[in-house]
Ligand binder design. Sequence first.
Ligand SMILES: NC(=O)c1ccc[n+]([C@@H]2O[C@H](COP(=O)([O-])OP(=O)(O)OC[C@H]3O[C@@H](n4cnc5c(N)ncnc54)[C@H](OP(=O)(O)O)[C@@H]3O)[C@@H](O)[C@H]2O)c1
Length: 231
Amino acid sequence: MQISGSIALVSGANRGLGRAFATQLLERGATKVYAAARRPETIDIPGVVPLQLDITDPDSIAAAAATANDITLLINNAGISTGANLISGDLETIRREMDTNFWGTLNMIRAFAPRLAGGAILNVLSALSWFAYDGAGAYGAAKAATWNLTNGVRLELVAQKTLVTGLHLGAADTDMMADYDGPKIAPAAVVKAALDGIEANRLEVVADDWSAHVKASLANDPSQFYPQTVL
Ligand SMILES: NC(=O)c1ccc[n+]([C@@H]2O[C@H](COP(=O)([O-])OP(=O)(O)OC[C@H]3O[C@@H](n4cnc5c(N)ncnc54)[C@H](OP(=O)(O)O)[C@@H]3O)[C@@H](O)[C@H]2O)c1
């Protein structure tokens, strides 16, 4: 899969990582980039094709799929992080995390997969697919579900030769992490790693050391990663 000559759709392309994806795809020679957003009038990237898309709205997905019927690369980037925990959090908010991060991604794949034979899908996941963090319980559960969704759809799409790549990252410098004071990766660096990974036919891209550390910890007993939870 080469970025040059591809026709891509990026969800949530109006800001954050999505904006960086759309920009870099054009820079790397994509023939056409559909920059999809809930409010397409907020797209300000020269050269892209703005497209209305709310990934929680089946009608909006169907309309986008009818318009962008020529794509070879789908970047499932749109996501939300509400800060809701699983027991103390508001149940409707928790459901919204699943509706967007899990169901939204799945519905996008179901709508676009038939056109992506020989093409590629990138799902933007998180280091939080692999660990729980107090204050992001709902987000972590949704990203963990979307991680195994990524593995599951890859199995189903191999017959039509669609590359399905999962992208894991820790903190990147976007609106989503505006309140976080720790080190953050530049969105452009995350996007470069992801697009390089697609071109190398990688099934998974782990964009930073923290994500690699968290992934490695899964081989150990959970008491090592969560010593504070041992009774
Ligand atoms: N930033 C990080 O540290 C980090 C770490 C790990 C993973 N991620 C993941 O990276 C992806 C991009 O996040 P970001 O950091 O760029 O966040 P962001 O700056 O908050 O941007 C989120 C984007 O998703 C869009 N979006 C949300 N709900 C949508 C919906 N229902 N339909 C269509 N678009 C929707 C937003 O559109 P509006 O402008 O309309 O709200 C916005 O364009 C997400 O999947 C996130 O979970 C981020």
